[in-house]
Design a protein around this ligand. Structure first.
Ligand code: ADP
Ligand code: MG
Length: 94
């Protein structure tokens, strides 16, 4: 288990073409998940849940802000080295 702290975490996806400009999917989330705490992200489709979880898991580069796992900032640390216990768990459809 671990403590996870997000500070002003931002994700802007780059533009793919003129019809799909840059899009900020996560606009500065602050969140502390304590060691052994059970946390659930709930929100409408497209609000940025998966993007947030993918950044925590190291599967998506972050645009701004920071992610710390057990007090170590892991913004630049790829999944294999320090995040092997962190990963998204998909929700079942209700
Ligand atoms: N690779 C991507 N490139 C551009 N936009 C994306 C990409 N992935 C997700 N998005 C957009 O970011 C927003 C948040 O998506 P997502 O994190 O999957 O939301 P949720 O999991 O809450 O449904 C949506 O508007 C989605 O279309
Ligand atoms: Mg999702």
């Amino acid at each position: 288990m671990a403590r996870v702290v997000l500070e002003n975490l931002v994700k802007t996806y780059p533009p793919t073409d003129k019809k799909n400009p840059a899009f900020t999917a996560v606009k500065g989330i602050d969140l502390e998940i304590r060691d052994r705490e059970f946390m659930v992200l709930v929100g409408p489709s497209g609000c940025g849940k998966s993007t947030t979880l993918r950044m925590i898991a190291g599967l998506e580069d972050i645009t701004a802000g920071s992610i710390a796992i057990d007090d170590q900032v892991v913004n630049e640390v790829p999944r294999a080295r320090s995040r092997r216990h962190a990963g998204p768990v998909r929700a079942a459809r209700a």
